[in-house]
Design a protein around this ligand. Structure first.
Ligand code: 5GW
Ligand code: MN
Length: 330
């Protein structure tokens, strides 16, 4: 019997090949762990107080029934979070509208954003205004930018409101793709008072409205007419979210803006305007498509409201405004 006939040689060669492949595969899978551990952050960022798994805030709900975190002071470590996102070299866009006399709010908004909004990160603020010459000169830190985009004047709030979603949609399509990772859309009649940073980042992010967060949902000012595309039925809805602040990753906010805009316009064609315009559409959208992160009312308080005990910090708050003075036709 010839041990070295063609068949045996083939079998031996195939076995060697198989062992080789197996070895490479095992070697790889053993390596995966150390390789991943090599991508560590600087030592100092790994030293922080031990997180507890049994103690934390008990006075507020810190997770939704669909397991999205609800961000409250005391639920996160800002230094740890910043170090995680620093290594990803993220950039954050923010939109703010200042049409008509609302340009008067820009100075405080922009100056306080410098002090509190994603400090140390790449931030690009887009101001949409019909009065570009009234945009104040604010000194920006390195890595931070401001762009002014002209929009037509409008006397009707409904028009401004409707166009907000449209302008957010087209900004993302035309400018932001491949230039920003996250976007936040904020009301201009507000100021930052405390940190608003990486703890707020998520796929789709909504802020719980300060005016309704302790109420039963039967009292939420959702759009209640079924013929509107912003309709939320009685007995439905999670929270009442603010129209004055929302955000998330680019593609999520793009879809949100596009959907809200088309629902808003389809309603308008039928002569319907939702109770709180785009805030109503946003609330409907967030009911159907749950936000992946919910920000507590720390992230949009109102200056006229006294601070409730569960509010340990006010990060962003709407100023008290004189409606007669600033609003057209008011
Ligand atoms: C708002 C209401 C009635 C008429 C006009 C306006 C208006 C809103 C305006 O004239 N110019 C303008 O830039 N806005 C933008 O929409 C601002 O960014 C403003 O922060 C946002 C939402 O309107 P607010 O802040 O008056 O609404 P509330 O519900 O926060 O009081
Ligand atoms: Mn506002």
């Amino acid at each position: 019997m010839n041990l070295f006939n063609g068949k045996t040689v083939t079998v031996i060669l195939l076995s060697v090949l198989l062992l080789g492949v197996l070895y490479c595969y095992m070697y790889q899978s053993y390596r995966v762990v150390p390789l991943e551990q090599e991508v560590v952050r600087p030592d100092s960022s790994l030293k922080y107080t031990q997180p507890s798994i049994v103690q934390g805030r008990t006075d507020v709900v810190t997770v939704t029934p669909w397991l999205a975190p609800v961000v409250w002071e005391g639920t996160f470590n800002p230094v740890l979070l910043d170090s995680i996102y620093k290594s990803k070299n993220i950039s954050i866009a923010a939109t703010v509208f200042a049409v008509g006399k609302y340009t008067m709010f820009l100075k405080d908004f922009l100056e306080t954003a410098e002090q509190h909004f994603f400090v140390g990160f790449r931030v690009h603020i887009y101001v949409f205004t019909d009065r570009p010459n009234e945009v104040p000169q604010v000194k920006l830190a390195a890595g931070r930018q401001l762009t002014v985009r002209s929009v037509p004047s409008s006397k009707r709030w409904q028009e401004i409101s409707a166009r907000r979603m449209e302008l957010i949609q087209t900004l993302i399509e035309e400018k932001l793709r491949n230039h920003a990772d996250y976007i936040f859309c904020l009301d201009v009649d507000s100021k930052f008072h405390g940190r608003w940073g990486t703890e707020s980042l998520g796929g789709m992010v909504a802020v719980v409205h300060p005016g309704y967060y302790r109420d039963s949902r039967s009292r939420f000012p959702y759009e209640r007419r079924p013929k509107s595309r912003a309709y939320v039925a009685h007995g439905e809805g999670d929270f009442y979210y603010c129209g004055g602040a929302f955000g998330g990753v680019l593609h999520e906010v793009h879809l949100l803006a596009k959907t809200c805009r088309s629902n808003f316009e389809a309603d308008a064609k039928e002569g319907i305007e939702a109770a709180w315009q785009e805030e109503s559409h946003l609330n409907r959208y967030m009911w159907i498509n749950k936000p992946s992160k919910v920000l507590s009312p720390e992230y949009l308080w109102q200056d006229f409201k006294s601070r409730n005990p569960e509010i340990h910090i006010i990060r962003f708050s709407g100023v008290v405004k004189n409606y007669a003075e600033i609003r057209p036709n008011a």
